[in-house]
Design a protein around this ligand. Sequence first.
Ligand code: GLU
Length: 296
Amino acid sequence: MLYRGRFAPSPTGALHFGSVVAALASYLDARHQQGKWLLRIDDLDTLRERPGSAAQILTTLEHFGMHWDEEVVYQSQHLRLYQQALAELQNIGLVYGCNCSRKHIAAIATAGIEGFIYPGSCRDRGISKTTSHSLRLRTNNLDTVFDDRIAGAITQCIESEIGDFILRRGDGIFAYQLAVAVDDHEQGVTHIVRGADLLHSTPRQMYLQRLLKMHHPVYAHLPLVTNADGSKLSKSSEAWPVDTSNPITTLNQALKFLGQQQVPAESVEELWPQAIRQWDIGAVKGVMNHRCTLIF
Ligand code: GLU
């Protein structure tokens, strides 16, 4: 079976335990199915980028014995591809300019599963599509349905639950949703294993895939590692930078977190073959409903 998986960190700081969990799960799932594992650095948001962190992420993965296939892809080198995709969406008449400020949206919109639900105020206002305005994609009230390998059946109506979403920000930066759909397609990704913080983004990516006539990958969203107060770990807030001095312990903690059997090993080279053999994505479902907080 053809399997192309990937890990796609943003270079906003050192890897934290949650990103090690995502790296490990995507790596194990790919290798368990004799697939390729690709590495992409999602470095579009230059304002959030931390200099040196892309190189640091690569070094950490190597240190942990997670070896990727093919050349590392950097989103910053794909701007032309995003521009082409945007032009295609413009040609089918689904893109419009928007000059609503966050403050204005907060005043008029209702809160949804992910921030405010954009009510489409600028849809028919004919706002110019210059770079000083954001560009939004018109959505519709159809349900997007998919079967997540871990979270199960997911249904979302993008228009009523998220609203028309941004493709290119007012500062000219392409939005994550557009870039990820384009790159997953460009890299021939067939399987995506990533954190559940992106579960609600998946219907938007599938909508873009449909409009751009791309295949849908198969999705699996992992339980999230959170701080003790339930908030999300984030690389940019320097939460839990991962302990690289003892990779075997860290990798075993990640295996345990995902409901997998731990692997006693003297070296990472010794750990991986057994971890790959034993990988059971079904066991991740078992930990899904537990409190996913990691307290050291
Ligand atoms: N770059 C995203 C992040 O670090 C993940 C992208 C993805 O897996 O789709 O949160």
